[in-house]
Design a protein around this ligand. Structure first.
Ligand code: ADP
Length: 513
């Protein structure tokens, strides 16, 4: 069993890991940058070590300093969370070389799956279907053309070292191949220091469905079912759910078997995810393996009842998985919305500033995995994801209604967030019907963010707002004022609805009256 774990991360995921450690009786060490000196994860951990400047290149990405902090505080293991150093083979190796446990797969498994071309070769050898294409980097545009002629257009150029959608180009005309290859290579070189690019068939209108796996060091590898992650913007996930409307028990078994075969072939241990494209005809193709905890792991936890982070810690401590594959059956439905500091009405422009007031949703079936609080400063140094709002309900319809209700409860004053975008998605007929694929959001986005409340709602809301203000004057209610720097914002009775959904909420309050 582990005794003390250093968490090499920040924000919501650092808090998530601290919680799992605490429930297992494991002591925790946080690390933090200058900008994070007063962050919740620093306060919640048993110990905290300052590791450098605000840019992550001076703190959360400086592996040696993090390992040194672990050694100095007597930690016996490091949990990397996601992002930052979580998928760096050299870091996993350096942790091991320092005599510490890396809470994740062995460095050899990261190496075997880290390059998309190597992973494709491994998948083929494990009899796991991949998207038709090359398994080696392209030499030149002529070779790209020959492949495109063989598989047909459109094709997708992809960086072998890729991640986060970088170094990817869809090519729909032969004439564009050479220039797209050049720009993909340039972007890959800049982002990953490696310009290797390969080509695969571009699948039109598939879903992104991924399988969570969990393996121990004693030879057991389990699949915890699928997550549907098709609601994406610029190849980035925004909303995830488990299970998927498109996955039957038979398909779940086939995809789970493929994921387990791949993970075993990679010598995988601990939690990992095999990502697949699910075509409209039910065929699926392996995309890549993410060798870490995923942002969207909570939806799987909620439908399986398995605490993935606790099991990461227990597996790293040498425990064997006691459950059987047959016992893992999804129960009910879970949905996650990524709450980011971005303005959906303004092309998702990042928003920065101090959160003057934050009220997280609560109530039945609601889980808030957040990394900020009232008074937190949101800067441009880190990822814009502030929190994940996750709900569980017996059915998909009920989960969508519950998410809508929870989003209405969410109040963030001081910065823009993606809340209203998520509300619009929960109200969308196509989303509610489950008619989504990876291009759905791009097609739908403009109409989703352009939605304004209908005129009668606004008119009624104005009346309701006046009534509420009148009541406030008659019997002032205690209004929580945030710990923001200006001190006076939001005094009793004067708070105006701040967004279209607040108007809608005010209108509904009126309807209940
Ligand atoms: P990254 O590692 O950069 O995230 P992925 O290979 O995981 O790259 O792909 C990211 C997203 O791009 C997928 O979730 C999917 O939406 C889309 N995508 C990837 N490969 C294809 C393909 N062959 N055809 C169509 N869409 C694809």
């Amino acid at each position: 069993m582990l005794h003390k774990v250093l968490i090499a991360n920040r924000g919501e995921i650092a808090l998530r890991i601290i919680r799992a450690c605490r429930e297992l009786g494991i002591a925790t060490v946080a690390v933090y940058s200058e900008a994070d000196a007063r962050a919740p994860h620093v306060r919640e951990a048993d110990q905290a070590v300052a590791i450098g400047g605000s840019p992550s290149s001076e703190s959360y990405l400086v592996g040696e300093r993090i390992i040194e902090a672990a050694v100095r505080t007597g930690a016996d293991a490091i949990h990397p969370g996601y992002g930052f150093l979580s998928e760096r083979e050299w870091f996993a190796r350096a942790v091991r070389d320092a005599g510490l446990v890396f809470i994740g797969p062995p460095p050899e498994a990261i190496a075997a799956t880290g390059s998309k071309t190597a992973a494709r070769q491994l998948a083929i050898s494990a009899d796991v279907p991949v998207v038709p294409g090359t398994t080696e980097a392209l030499r030149d545009a002529d070779e790209a053309r020959a492949v495109a002629e063989q598989f047909g257009l459109p094709v997708l150029l992809k960086a072998a070292a890729g991640g986060g959608g970088k170094g990817m180009r869809v090519v729909r005309a032969f004439d564009d191949l050479a220039s797209s290859l050049e720009s993909a290579k340039r972007e890959a070189q800049n982002a990953f220091g490696d310009d290797a690019v390969y080509v695969e068939k571009y699948v039109e209108g598939p879903r992104h469905v991924e399988i969570q796996v969990l393996g121990d060091a004693h030879g057991t590898m389990l699949a915890l079912g699928e997550r549907e992650c098709s609601v994406q913007r610029r190849h980035q996930k925004m909303i995830e759910e488990a299970p998927s409307v498109a996955v039957t028990p038979e398909l779940r078994r086939a995809m789970s078997d493929a994921a387990v075969r791949f993970a075993k072939a990679a010598g995988y241990v601990n939690a990992g995810t095999c990502e697949f494209l699910l075509d409209r005809d039910g065929s699926f193709y392996f995309l890549e393996m993410n060798t870490r905890l995923q942002v969207e792991h909570p939806v799987t936890e909620l439908v399986t009842g398995i605490d993935i982070v606790q099991w990461q810690l227990r597996i790293a401590g040498g425990e064997a998985l006691p459950m059987s594959q047959e016992s893992i059956v999804p129960n009910g439905w879970a949905i996650e919305c990524r709450i980011t500091s971005e303005d959906p009405a303004n092309n998702f422009l990042p928003s920065t500033g101090v959160i003057r007031y934050l009220q997280a949703p609560t109530g039945p079936g609601v889980r808030w995995d957040g990394g900020v609080e009232s008074g937190s400063e949101v800067s441009l140094f880190y990822d814009p994801m502030l929190a994940k709002l996750i709900v569980w309900a017996p059915t998909r319809d009920a989960a969508i209604d519950r998410m809508h209700r929870a989003l209405l409860e969410l109040t963030v004053d001081g910065i823009d967030t993606s809340r209203d975008f998520h509300l619009r998605v929960m109200e969308d007929a196509e989303f509610r019907a489950g008619a989504i694929d990876i291009q759905w959001l791009e097609r739908r986005l403009e109409s989703l963010v352009a939605v304004k409340p209908p005129a009668h709602v606004v008119a009624r809301a104005a009346v309701v707002a006046a009534v509420l203000a009148e009541r406030e004057r008659a019997a002032p209610r205690k209004v929580v004022v945030s710990a923001g720097t200006d001190g006076g914002a939001g005094s009793a009775g004067t708070r105006q609805p701040v967004s279209e959904s607040d108007w809608a909420r005010a209108a509904r309050l009126g309807a209940l009256r």
